[in-house]
Design a protein around this ligand. Structure first.
Ligand SMILES: O=C(O)c1ccc(O)c(O)c1
Ligand SMILES: [Mg+2]
Length: 587
């Protein structure tokens, strides 16, 4: 049934028991047992079979069986002997489908479809006698067979009821094969479907496959269209994840399996085989909650307009930008985000359906009952309707002119490097935000990967070191920031400097380079005010930064001109270096 879900044990970290336990706990119905996981296990195949049954898991596939077809007679004999042994094992395991991947062996004699078909037919005959099905998969780097069309031609030529194809989205989409022709394969000849996403990388396909696969929705492939073709062909088997990924291989298998399941739920929603409450429209940032001193916010032109009735929380506001200062929160960090939802309950229902942890409600009688969920890095996401939550704050009566900040433009949430892809999928699927392309750049303390998710009303940037940061680097964990919107960055920068706000100074070399690249009429003012600049076909961008105002947090002020869509990522190494130098000068 296409409602069934499965996951290959290779996706997860740990022993076979760890993997199976995590898959079952996340709600998977079946598994693909990877041979290496079985070989290394102390449990016999029949014990593994019992364990799976106890966990409510079916064993949907045993794999891989390599380098079988198109070989000389003596090699064929050895291969058939090897197959018999594995079929015995499968009988003990209770697995009825084996994956045979196309040969990469020098033993394969030549590109001879007739020979490959004849030998696979012999294998299928042996398998069929034991009630086993052979699913033939074209590896993208297979010696002679490396496209699904070719694998299907051979399977059709072999014409045996126990022989079909295994379609693996990675092998098909990495080679840019046209997946539409999948619709011409009879559904009952598609014996198995493996799903993996991936970032678009220009690299050797084997290395790409073995290290960089992702769960659907985390990469750049159109898995919804792909899966749609397979279902349209009449495929009846499970949707099974097969993701080789260096990070997932060492992640805690519990959360990794939940992340995997979330990817499948979102995929099933997008192909119309699962109903999930739709993502209500998000209309903007209601607030960001963080631990900073009120004095810094006053310097930035914010006013302390209210104090929470029952919690140690102050509300500071300027324009539509609202910050909650929580004296109980960890100093410096951004602990929560409030997003304006057209239907907060609906947002929460969707989040729950997509396995986001719902946070316990903590509110006193008469206070707003905001639904909230936890993002993968622990940031609390609150869904706010209208401004009813503001009534929980006793007004201070204070007001001030402000400095020209008009709202929150985006929030930059630094991710632990092993949560980056999970975070992308979370914000994409749970909140319905659109991910932009991944940018990577060399920052002073190592490579940084950055990805914006959102639209013009709600924008987040996810930044992450590519590998674990050394302890010597400042800001471990890396600082996060809130970026405010304004209409005239130069004017706001001038006002803030006059207020004595701790603005970050940008070195002259940056402006010399800017002068070389662009001939800007306001170049001198940028330099004078330490305002950075970017331009691309979507528009222009002016932005400046404060120094670190807590151990983990700083602010940015941005001005977008003409629909600029990005977040000035090109300038990130410059301000990161400036933050580093400022810290050294203070140390
Ligand atoms: O990388 C591999 O060898 C390999 C093995 C089995 C698969 O199903 C696959 O997609 C890749
Ligand atoms: Mg595969």
């Amino acid at each position: 049934m296409s409602g069934d879900t499965a996951i290959a044990t290779v996706c997860l970290s740990g022993t076979l028991e760890d993997k199976l336990g995590a898959a079952a706990a996340a709600g998977f119905g079946g598994v693909e047992i990877f041979e290496n996981d079985l070989i290394a296990s102390r449990r016999s195949p029949s014990e593994i079979r019992r364990l799976c049954a106890d966990l409510g898991l079916t064993i949907d596939l045993y794999q891989p069986f390599r380098d079988f077809e198109a070989v000389p007679p003596d090699v064929l004999r050895a291969n058939l002997r090897r197959a018999r042994r594995k079929f015995d094992l499968m009988a003990e395991l209770g697995a009825d489908t084996v994956l045979v991947c196309s040969s990469v062996s020098p033993d394969a004699v030549d590109d001879d479809d007739d020979l490959a078909a004849e030998q696979l037919r012999e294998l299928a005959e042996l398998a069929g006698e034991r009630g086993i099905r052979v699913a033939y998969e074209a590896l993208a780097w297979g010696r002679f067979v490396n496209t699904y069309e070719h694998a299907w031609r051979i399977v059709r030529r072999a014409d045996h009821p126990a022989l079909g194809v295994c379609l693996d989205s990675f092998h098909i989409l990495s080679r840019r094969s046209d997946p539409r022709a999948i619709r011409t394969i009879p559904g009952e000849k598609i014996f198995f479907l493996q799903l993996a996403d991936a970032p678009l990388l220009d690299m050797d396909v084997l290395h790409w496959s073995r290290h960089h696969r992702l769960f659907p929705g985390q990469g750049a492939f159109d898995l919804a269209a792909f899966t749609g073709h397979v279902l349209a062909a009449g495929y009846q088997g499970p949707l099974s994840l097969e993701v080789f990924n260096d990070v997932f291989r060492q992640a805690d298998p519990g959360p990794a399996a939940v992340d995997a399941m979330r990817s499948l739920l979102a995929l099933r929603e997008s192909v119309g085989t699962l109903d999930v409450p739709a993502a209500p429209r998000l209309d903007g940032h209601a607030f960001a909650e963080l631990g900073v001193s009120g004095a810094v916010l006053a310097d930035l032109g914010f006013t302390h307009i209210g104090t929470h009735r029952s919690k140690p929380v102050q509300l500071w506001q300027q324009g539509a930008a609202r910050l909650l200062v929580n004296s109980a929160a960890e100093e410096g960090s951004i602990s929560a985000l409030g997003l304006v939802s057209a239907d907060p309950r609906g947002s929460a229902r969707r989040a729950e359906a997509l396995l986001a942890p719902v946070l316990p409600r903590e509110h006193c009688p008469g206070e707003a009952d905001l639904a909230a969920v936890a993002a993968p890095d622990g940031t609390e996401i609150f869904f706010c309707g209208n401004d009813e939550w503001l009534r929980d704050f006793v007004p201070s009566g204070a007001s001030s002119a402000g400095s020209g900040i008009t709202g929150i433009d985006h929030v930059a949430l630094t991710q632990p490097f092993d949560h980056f892809d999970e975070a992308t999928l979370f914000y994409r699927s749970v909140l319905g935000l659109s991910p932009e392309a991944v940018a990577e750049f060399a920052a002073p303390f190592g490579l940084v990967r950055s990805r914006a998710v959102g639209d013009q009303d709600v924008r987040l940037t996810l930044d992450s070191a590519l590998v674990r940061r050394g302890e010597w680097a400042p800001g471990v964990p890396s600082p996060q920031h809130v970026a405010f919107a304004c209409e005239d960055a130069l004017a706001v920068a001038r006002t803030l400097r006059e207020n004595g706000a701790p603005l970050l100074e940008i070195p002259g070399n940056y402006y010399d380079d800017l002068d070389a690249r662009f001939d800007l009429p306001f170049a001198a003012e940028l330099r004078e005010n330490s305002v950075l600049y970017d331009r691309d076909p979507s528009g222009e961008f002016l932005h400046f930064f404060t120094e670190l105002v807590g151990s983990r947090v700083f602010f940015e002020v941005v001005q977008r001109i003409g629909g600029y869509r990005g977040c000035g990522v090109v300038n990130t190494p410059v301000y990161m270096t400036a933050h580093r130098e400022r810290r050294l000068s203070l140390a």
